[in-house]
Design a protein around this ligand. Sequence first.
Ligand SMILES: Nc1ncnc2c1ncn2[C@@H]1O[C@H](COP(=O)(O)OP(=O)(O)OP(=O)(O)O)[C@@H](O)[C@H]1O
Ligand SMILES: [Mg+2]
Length: 299
Amino acid sequence: MSTAHARPTKTTHRSRRAHAGPIDHRDETDMTDITMKDQQLGPVPPRLDVAGLSKTYGSGPGAKTVIEDLTFTVETGEIVCIVGPSGVGKTTLLKCLAGLHPVSSGAAAIDGRPIDGPPAEMALVFQDYNRSLMPWLTVRKNVRLPLRHLRLPAVELNQRIDTALEAVGLTQAAAQYPWQLSGGMQQRVAIARALAYRPEILIMDEPFASVDAQTRFELEDLCLKIRDDFGMTILVVTHDIDEAVYLSDRVVVLGAKPARVLDVVDINLPSPRDQISSRALNGFAEQRTKVLSMIRKPA
Ligand SMILES: Nc1ncnc2c1ncn2[C@@H]1O[C@H](COP(=O)(O)OP(=O)(O)OP(=O)(O)O)[C@@H](O)[C@H]1O
Ligand SMILES: [Mg+2]
C-alpha cells in the first residue's frame, strides 16, 4: 500500500511553475538547467500535500471522526481522482482542502503553505451545483460572478466568459437563467464558472454525475484538455471507476469508516487519452478491476 507518493518523473519539469498557463515545451538544455536549479533550491514541496489529515465533526460524546490520518499528494499538472463509498467523507475532504472547514489534526498545504482559508489559486465545483448558481442571474452573469474582484479589462473579462461558455457548449444559453436549464446544463454552467476563473488548482466534487453519457465523455475530455493546455492541477471526486481510470494519473482509493487511504493506484495509460481506444486497452480493464476490487472488499 502506498499512501505517500513519490513525485512522478513526467511532471517534475512542471513542478516549479508559478502560474497555470500554456505549457512551454522546453528542450533538453532547459531541462538540465531546471534540474540544476532544483538541486540548488532543495526539494520542491508537492503542489497539494495532504499529510495525516483528520476531521472530526462536533465535540464531546457526539463527536464524529469522518476522516482519519489521510495522506496523499497531487503534483502540478496531474489529474488525481478520489473514489470511495458514499458517505465516507469525500466532500468533507474537499471542503478541508478548499479551506472551508478547519482540519482537526494533520495538515493540507499548497506548495508547502498550509491551507488556512480559501486559496486564491483554487476553484471549486461543488456536488450540489444547483445551490451554487444564482437563480436571478443569467448564465453569463453567473460565470462572471467570481471574476468581479479580479478587476480585469472588459475585453479580457468577456473573452474569458466566452471561452468558458464555448468550452462547455453553452454559448447559446448565455442569456438564459439557471432555472430554465436542465440539470446537466446547470452543472456545465458551474464548470464554466470555474474555468473562467482560470485557477491553478481545480477541485471538483462529482462534477459529471448528472449529465448524460455523451456530455459526460465530452466534459471528461474537456478536463484532460484544460490540464494539457494550462498545466492545471485537478482533483476530482467521482463514483464512476471507469471515469476515474480514464481521467487520472493516479487514483486515491478511500475506505470507510472513518475515511482512510486504502491505496494510491498509478494509472499508466498512454496519453493523449481517447474515449474509444483508451477504454479498450487491457491496461484500462486491469486498473479498473484493481480499483473496483479494493472498493468492493469488506473493510
Ligand atoms: N457539517 C457537518 N456536520 C456533521 N457531520 C457532517 C457534516 N458534513 C458531513 N457530515 C457527515 O460526514 C460524513 C461524510 O459526509 P460527506 O458528505 O463528506 O461524504 P461523501 O463521501 O462526500 O458522501 P457522498 O458520496 O454521498 O457524496 C457523513 O456521515 C455526514 O453525515
Ligand atoms: Mg459527497
